[in-house]
Design a binder for this molecule. Structure first.
Ligand code: ATP
Length: 327
């Protein structure tokens, strides 16, 4: 019986989570999964109310759950998702940018970005004075090796052939280590080593996309992913997973979308696709595929929110997806 921790968070988070929960229940019934879900507080509103953005029971709930589905937290993201990634050692950020049939996506776009999730510029180490600010960028051999091995393994298991390591090794020492580690592992992992500088990769992502999977250090992955979002209809369509050896937190790539929060029009697809990734990770593959197919079908039929050309509200999209699952 999978125990799932649910974190709605702030902004569009609660309204998306409220609409998504019944879809999870329908899916669980259909596939005889005895899901046990529990909601947890985290984020800006939690901090205002309780003095901390990540209460102890939330951390423990995530730690003890089989997996977590989160929507988004606002200004306090660095007090919530960064410590969760670090403390639970969720060293993979898996971001599959795949175009679903929505009018503003580029047909056939399918690039998975695998971003190192615990090192690089996000270690939050540094110092500043009035005139100088220093951020430490830490890249280790061990950290590079495990993300690289995960990337090649994911490529093998998911039929990705054009794997590129993206870095800036001509300028940055950390990237040189990252590149050297990845290039020494490629052959052993069954791939010919290919790489590209991050600036060139940004252009090629927009042009001809010679890659279907990218392995890259933390910050480059963060930026390239938002660029990839532009080709799949925007952030409302982009799921992700923070994955470690034993635990994982799945969440849409988007933030709290304060400009549309409370209007009932937030796109729930990125959260639903993150849930599908979660079920796949939990080894409920049929349920995961079923949910992905229902999202695909809903997009084809135009059962979508305004950001991807539709005129439905968040809950209407989720009701349609439940009906598609039951049909
Ligand atoms: P935060 O400070 O929480 O990161 P943000 O506005 O900087 O918020 P996002 O929340 O990712 O960043 O939003 C970027 C843009 O994408 C906004 O215009 C937002 O409305 C849009 N967007 C994000 N998520 C969704 C969604 N689920 N449905 C529709 N539009 C979305």
């Amino acid at each position: 019986m999978p125990r799932i921790a649910l974190i709605p968070g702030d902004g569009v988070g609660p309204e998306i989570m409220e609409a998504v929960i019944p879809v999870l229940e329908t899916l669980a019934d259909k596939h005889s999964m005895a899901l046990e879900t529990r909601l947890y507080d985290a984020g800006d509103e939690t901090k205002e109310r309780r003095g901390t953005a990540l209460p102890r029971e939330t951390f423990e709930g995530v730690r003890k759950a089989d997996a977590t589905l989160m929507v988004a937290v606002g200004e306090t993201a660095k007090e919530v998702i960064l410590p969760l990634r670090q403390k639970l050692d969720l060293y993979v950020n898996l971001r599959p940018a795949k175009a679903y049939p929505v009018p503003n996506a580029v047909k056939g776009f399918d690039v998975t970005i695998i971003r190192e999730n615990t090192e690089g510029l996000y270690v939050k180490a540094g110092w500043s004075s009035r005139d100088v600010a220093v951020d430490l960028r830490i890249i280790t051999r061990g950290g590079s090796e495990r993300i690289c091995r995960y990337g090649y393994k994911y490529a093998r298991e998911n039929g990705k052939r054009n794997v590129y390591v993206i870095h800036k090794a001509n300028v940055l020492l950390g990237c040189k280590l990252f590149r050297d580690v990845c290039s020494s592992l490629a052959e052993e992992e069954g791939f010919s080593y290919r790489d590209m500088y991050v600036d060139a990769a940004a252009m090629r992502l927009a042009m001809d996309r010679p890659f279907d999977l990218i392995i890259t250090p933390n910050m480059f992955g963060d930026i390239l992913a938002d660029l990839a979002a532009a080709y799949i209809g925007g952030l409302g369509m982009y799921p992700s997973g923070n994955i470690g050896d034993e635990r994982a937190i799945f969440e849409p790539v988007h933030g709290t979308a304060p400009d549309i929060a409370g209007k009932g029009i937030a796109n729930p697809m990125a959260t639903l696709l993150s849930a599908a990734m979660m079920f796949k990770w939990l080894n409920y593959r049929e349920a995961a595929n079923d949910l992905e197919e229902a999202v695909w079908r809903a997009c084809e039929l135009g059962y979508t929110t305004p950001d991807v050309g539709g005129n439905m509200r968040t809950w209407e999209v989720c009701s349609s997806i439940r009906e598609l699952l039951m049909s």
